[in-house]
Write a protein that binds this ligand. Structure first.
Ligand code: GLN
Length: 198
C-alpha cells in the first residue's frame, strides 16, 4: 500500500485524509520535515496560501518540500496548494515552491463568485465532477509540458505536469473521490518506477 501525506500546517487537511483513505491508500498528516521520508506522495491542501507560506517558513519546510518535488515524488496541490506549486503568480514577484510551469491568478473569479460549484469534465479522470470553488485561483498560462485537465468558463482549473497535479477547486469536500483515486494511482506508479530503478 502507498502512503500519501497531507501537509498539515493549515487548511482542509482532515477532508483530504478521508478521501485518500477512501481511495485505498494510507494517509498521514505531515507536520514534521522528517515525515517527508515516510511518504510516497503529498497533498498540499486548500486554505490560505500566504498563511500557509508563513507557516512553511516558520517550520523550515520550503526547501524540503521543493526537494521532495525535485526528486519526482508526486504532489497534488488543491486551491491554495496550487498557488504554492506555481512558478509564477500574477501581480506578485515572490513565488513559493515554483515546481509547476504555470502562471496562477489568486482569487480570480471575483467577489460575486466567491464560492460556487460547477460540474466539470476532467480529462482522463472524470465526467460530471461536482467541483467546489472557494475564493479560487485559476491558471492563466501553462508551459509546454503541462497538460490541461479541465476548464471552467475558459479558465484553466485543473492541470498536470509530470509528477505534479493541481486543481483550483476543492475535490476533497464531496464524497466523489475520483480525483483522489487518480492521484493515488499516480503515486503507486511513481513508487513502482522508483523501485524498478533501484
Ligand atoms: N484564496 C486563497 C489563497 O489565495 C485560496 C483559497 C482556497 O484555498 N480555498 O490562498
Amino acid at each position: 500500500m502507498v502512503t500519501v501525506g497531507v501537509l498539515g500546517l493549515q487548511g482542509a487537511v482532515r477532508e483530504h485524509v478521508r478521501s485518500i483513505e477512501a481511495s485505498g491508500a494510507h494517509a498521514v498528516v505531515v507536520k514534521k520535515i522528517a515525515q517527508l521520508d515516510e511518504i510516497d506522495g503529498l497533498i498540499l491542501p486548500g486554505g490560505e496560501s500566504t498563511t500557509m507560506r508563513r507557516l512553511i517558513d516558520q517550520y523550515g519546510f520550503l526547501e524540503p518540500l521543493r526537494q521532495f518535488g525535485q526528486n519526482n515524488k508526486p504532489i497534488f496541490g488543491t486551491c491554495a496548494g496550487l498557488i504554492l506549486l506555481a512558478k509564477e503568480i500574477t501581480n506578485q514577484s515572490t513565488v513559493h515552491l515554483g515546481l509547476m510551469d504555470i502562471t496562477v491568478t489568486r482569487n480570480a473569479f471575483g467577489r460575486q463568485k466567491d464560492s460556487f460549484e460547477a460540474a466539470l469534465t476532467i480529462d482522463g479522470v472524470a465526467e460530471n465532477f461536482n467541483a467546489v470553488f472557494i475564493r479560487a485561483p485559476y491558471i492563466e498560462r501553462v508551459g509546454e509540458s503541462v497538460k490541461i485537465l479541465a476548464t471552467y468558463d475558459d479558465a484553466i482549473v485543473a492541470a498536470e505536469e509530470g509528477p505534479f497535479l493541481c486543481t483550483a477547486f476543492h475535490p476533497e469536500l464531496t464524497k466523489d473521490h475520483r480525483l483522489a483515486h487518480y492521484f493515488v494511482e499516480k503515486v503507486k506508479e511513481s513508487k513502482k518506477d522508483l523501485q524498478d530503478s533501484q
